[in-house]
Design a protein around this ligand. Structure first.
Ligand SMILES: C[S@@+](CC[C@H](N)C(=O)[O-])C[C@H]1O[C@@H](n2cnc3c(N)ncnc32)[C@H](O)[C@@H]1O
Ligand SMILES: [Zn+2]
Length: 275
C-alpha cells in the first residue's frame, strides 16, 4: 500500500466499498468525489487555506496550459524516459504538484503512456489538488504536507520537485534505493526581462542546487528559451510568481501595456540518485 496514516504512521488500508482508507488505530480518510484523498489532518494545518492561493493556482494553470513551459516539461519527461528501468512499472511522485500540469505532461509525453506508470501528486493546497484530480482520474492525488509525506518507506522509483519546497529527509525515506530525484529550479536568467520592470538592478539566480544527504548527482541540464506572452498571459505569469506581492499597480500596468515583450526562461534540471 502506498499510504501511511498521517496521524499514527501505520499503514493505510483501502476500504473497498467506500474507496476511502483507514488504519489499524481507526483513523479514517474519505475519498473526495473528485477522486483525491485528504491526508492533512486539521491539527497539522497552520492556516485555513495552506499553500498557494486559488488566484495563484488559476493563473499558473492558464499560463502553463498555454504551453510556455512545455519545452521544460518535455526535457523532464525525456530524462525520466532515459533513466527509467525499462519494462517495469515506475512509481512517480510529483511533490508540490500544484494543479497537476506536469503529471498530465508525463501522461501525454511518455512513450508508453500510463501503461507502465503509477503516477502520484501531493500538494498542501486543497484547491490545487481538487483541480488536478478532476483532470486526471488515472493518477493518485492527495492533500498533504511535505513535512510529513504520508507514503510508505522506499515506495517510489521517482520523486520530482518542480519549483516546490523541499523536505530532504522525507524524500530520502520514500524513495527506493537507486531511485531518482529530479529537481527543477530557476536558471540564472529566468524571467530576466520581467524582473527588469520590477527591480532596479536584476541579479542572476544562484544556481547552486544542494543535494540531500545520501544522494549522488547523475546529470544536470540547462533548458533556456524565449517566450512572448500576450498582455493577459503576462499578468498570469506575474500572478503565479513570488513577484506578485511586490509588483505595484504602476509596474504591473507598464508590463501589461508594452506592445511586445520577449522574456527569457531558464531552468536547471538536476537528476540525482539515492545511494
Ligand atoms: C511554485 S508552486 C509549483 C507548483 C508546480 N510544481 C508547478 O511548477 O507548477 C509551489 C507549490 O508548492 C505547494 N506547497 C507549498 N508548501 C507546501 C508544503 N508544505 N507541502 C506541500 N506542498 C506545498 C504550493 O501549494 C504550490 O502548489
Ligand atoms: Zn492512524
Amino acid at each position: 500500500m502506498p499510504y501511511i496514516c498521517p496521524v499514527c504512521q501505520t499503514s493505510l488500508i483501502k476500504h473497498i466499498p467506500s474507496q476511502g482508507y483507514f488504519c489499524k488505530n481507526k483513523h479514517h480518510f474519505d475519498l473526495a468525489k473528485e477522486g483525491y484523498l485528504n491526508l492533512l489532518p486539521s491539527q497539522h494545518k497552520k492556516s485555513k487555506e495552506p499553500g498557494d492561493s486559488r488566484v495563484m493556482m488559476r493563473a499558473r494553470r492558464h499560463f502553463l496550459e498555454d504551453g510556455f513551459y512545455q519545452p521544460m516539461a518535455k526535457a523532464v519527461v525525456a530524462m525520466i524516459e532515459n533513466y527509467k528501468t525499462k519494462d517495469s512499472t515506475q512509481r512517480i511522485l510529483d511533490v508540490g504538484c500544484g494543479e497537476g500540469y506536469y503529471c498530465r505532461q508525463i501522461e501525454a509525453l511518455s512513450e508508453e503512456g500510463m501503461s507502465l506508470i503509477e503516477l502520484h501528486g501531493i500538494d498542501i493546497a486543497k484547491n490545487a489538488i481538487l483541480a488536478a484530480a478532476k483532470k486526471q482520474g488515472n493518477a493518485h492525488f492527495i492533500v498533504a504536507s511535505n513535512k510529513r509525506l504520508p507514503y510508505a518507506n522506499n515506495y517510489f522509483d521517482w520523486v520530482m520537485r518542480i519549483y516546490a519546497p523541499s523536505n530532504d529527509a522525507e524524500i530520502e525515506r520514500i524513495l527506493k534505493q537507486n531511485g531518482h530525484l529530479l529537481i527543477v529550479t530557476p536558471g540564472p536568467r529566468h524571467l530576466w526581462q520581467l524582473k527588469e520592470f520590477i527591480y532596479k538592478k536584476v541579479n542572476e539566480h544562484n544556481i547552486q542546487v544542494d543535494l540531500p544527504k545520501g544522494f549522488k548527482l547523475v546529470e544536470s541540464q540547462q533548458v533556456s528559451y524565449k517566450i512572448q506572452p500576450n498582455q493577459e498571459q503576462r499578468m498570469a505569469l506575474l500572478q503565479m510568481t513570488p513577484f506578485a506581492w511586490r509588483v505595484k499597480g504602476e509596474t504591473a500596468n507598464s508590463i501589461r501595456r508594452i506592445n511586445r515583450l520577449v522574456i527569457e526562461t531558464d531552468f536547471i534540471l538536476t537528476l540525482a540518485t539515492k545511494l
